[in-house]
Ligand binder design. Structure first.
Ligand code: CA
Ligand code: CA
Length: 198
C-alpha cells in the first residue's frame, strides 16, 4: 500500500514537471506588467532561436492607453539575414510610453519565419501577446476596455444589472454615481457621457 502511494507521488511529480516544461513559451514578450501614465518602458520580443528570415512582422497594441516612442519598426515585410554566417536576430526591442488609464495588449504576429541555423527550420507563423496595465487600468464607464465610452458599455451595464452579477471590479469601473450599486442609473449616466462627447 505504501509503495503504491510512493508510485502515485512520483507519477504526480512527473506529471507536474511535464506540464510545466511543455508550457514554456518558445517566443515571448517581456516587459513590466503595470506602468504609470507617462512612464517609459522597454518591451522586448525574445526569439527562441535566431530567426534568419520572415515574410512579415506586425506589432499591434491598444493605442489609447500606450504610445510607441522608438525602437524596431512595428511593421515590416520580407526580411532576411543576408550575411553568409546566417547569424539572424534573437530579439526585437520597442519603447512605449503609458498614455492613459487602461489596458493595452501588445500583440506580435510574424508570418513565414525561418530559423537562422544551417537547416533553415521553418518556424511558420508566430503569435505572442502581453497585457500591460496603464495607470488605474480603466477609464470610469469603459466596461469593455476599448478606450471609448458608448452604448456598448451601457448595454453591458444593463446586462450586469439584469443578471445581478456585479463583481467588485465592475462596481469600481461602472458605478457612475458612486452609490455602491450597478443599475440602470449608471447605464443612463454612461449614455449621457456618450451623448455629451459626440
Ligand atoms: Ca467601451
Ligand atoms: Ca451606481
Amino acid at each position: 500500500m505504501q509503495n503504491n502511494n510512493k508510485l502515485k507521488k512520483i507519477a504526480l511529480i512527473f506529471f507536474i514537471f511535464t506540464f510545466l516544461f511543455s508550457n514554456v513559451k518558445a517566443f515571448e514578450i517581456s516587459s513590466k506588467d503595470n506602468i504609470d501614465i507617462g512612464e517609459i518602458i522597454t518591451v522586448t520580443l525574445d526569439f527562441e532561436t535566431n530567426v534568419g528570415a520572415y515574410d512579415s512582422l506586425n506589432v499591434t497594441y491598444n493605442e489609447y492607453a500606450l504610445e510607441y516612442i522608438s525602437g524596431d519598426a512595428l511593421s515590416e515585410t520580407v526580411w532576411h539575414d543576408s550575411s553568409k554566417e546566417q547569424l539572424g536576430i534573437s530579439s526585437k526591442t520597442y519603447v512605449f510610453r503609458g498614455k492613459a488609464n487602461g489596458i493595452s495588449t501588445i500583440e506580435v504576429n510574424i508570418k513565414g519565419a525561418v530559423s537562422a541555423n544551417e537547416s533553415m527550420d521553418v518556424l511558420g507563423e508566430i503569435n505572442v501577446s502581453k497585457r500591460i496595465t496603464v495607470g488605474s487600468g480603466y477609464i470610469k464607464g469603459d466596461m469593455n476596455s476599448d478606450g471609448y465610452i458608448n452604448s456598448v458599455d451601457a448595454a453591458i451595464v444593463m446586462n450586469i444589472y439584469k443578471n445581478n452579477n456585479a463583481t467588485q471590479d465592475d462596481i469600481e469601473i461602472v458605478d457612475m454615481n458612486n452609490d455602491g450599486y450597478v443599475n440602470s442609473i449608471d447605464a443612463a449616466l454612461i449614455m449621457n457621457m456618450f451623448k455629451n462627447n459626440q
